[in-house]
Design a protein around this ligand. Structure first.
Ligand SMILES: Nc1ncnc2c1ncn2[C@@H]1O[C@H](COP(=O)(O)OP(=O)(O)OP(=O)(O)O)[C@@H](O)[C@H]1O
Length: 262
């Protein structure tokens, strides 16, 4: 049995539609997963389940040894780091960047009257430095560029020293230089044995950082294929997933894909 994520026949129904349909997925310690799929495939929904923010309508979801529905999610959530556009939208524009990172300790967005000690402040500062944005610590979140926001969110996702980190499109909206430095930093995180298990959702194989070990491909709420990246990220599987003929290649540990010339 997988020790980090064990989703068994998970179905999520909304308004009569299955957003996830009988989906099973196992993630184990030490793995770094990429989740690929076209718009509307259910990637964000899947991450919401893995983040203990959405419960299955049918099936069971075990996260870090706790079963959703039979556990206190407020204790579970701080064990999971999350960076997503939906979460970023909930961060007040006037929130100071340092507090954006600090408040992850309570899995909340928006500082109120919580207590943080010196250690918390130190860790938030260290994480901002690790992602090259320590000089922004006293700025407000609303004044940051998209690339700066993404980096602050990454720092936030690691604040609680989580066992599992879920990154929903961390490179979306970034320019080429910002994307490439982010991919480099994520590769470094992936390569560190002390890092938590990572799950990264993306639309683009070009954004897969070196060091990611597994891929799950999703289409219409169902798993097309899941497994070790080298044998799973193939022309055939990408073509099935995106429903257009695609050729994929890997050069110097980076992936790219283009439409197949018939
Ligand atoms: N609350 C809801 N009620 C009804 N349908 C929903 C709801 N939330 C999401 N959906 C639908 O579920 C499907 C999956 O959405 P989801 O956001 O998980 O996809 P995604 O793969 O992350 O897409 P994208 O790549 O465009 O971000 C979409 O068709 C979406 O419109």
């Amino acid at each position: 049995m997988a020790d980090v994520l064990d989703l068994d026949s998970v179905t999520i129904m909304r308004g009569g539609n299955a957003l996830l349909d009988d989906l099973s997925w196992e993630v184990s310690e030490g793995e770094r997963w990429v989740v690929l799929g076209p718009n509307g495939a259910g990637k964000t929904t899947l991450l919401q389940v893995a983040a203990a923010r959405m419960h299955p309508t049918k099936g069971s979801a075990e996260i870090l040894g706790e079963t959703l529905g039979g556990t206190d999610v407020f204790e579970l959530r701080p064990r999971i780091g999350l960076a997503s556009a939906a979460l970023a939208e909930r961060i007040p524009a006037d929130e100071v960047v340092r507090d954006v990172v600090l408040t992850a300790a309570y899995a909340i967005a928006g500082r109120w009257r919580e207590d943080y000690d010196k250690l918390d402040h130190g860790r938030a500062g260290d994480l901002l430095a690790a992602f090259g944005v320590e000089h922004l610590a006293e700025r407000t979140f609303g004044t940051l560029s998209e690339g700066e926001r993404k980096r602050v969110q990454l720092a936030r996702s690691l604040m609680t020293d989580p066992e599992l980190v879920l990154l929903d499109e961390p490179a979306a909206g970034l320019d080429l230089g910002s994307r490439e430095t982010l991919v480099r930093d994520l590769a470094e995180l992936a390569g560190d044995k002390k890092s938590p298990v990572l799950v990264l959702v993306t639309h683009h194989v070009e954004e897969i950082p070196p060091g990611f070990t597994h891929v799950l491909m999703l289409r219409a709420g169902s798993v097309v294929v899941a497994g070790p990246i080298q044998e799973t990220l193939t022309d055939e599987n990408l073509t099935k997933t995106f429903d257009v003929p695609l050729n994929v290649q890997q050069v110097a540990q980076r992936w790219s894909a283009v439409l197949r010339q018939e």
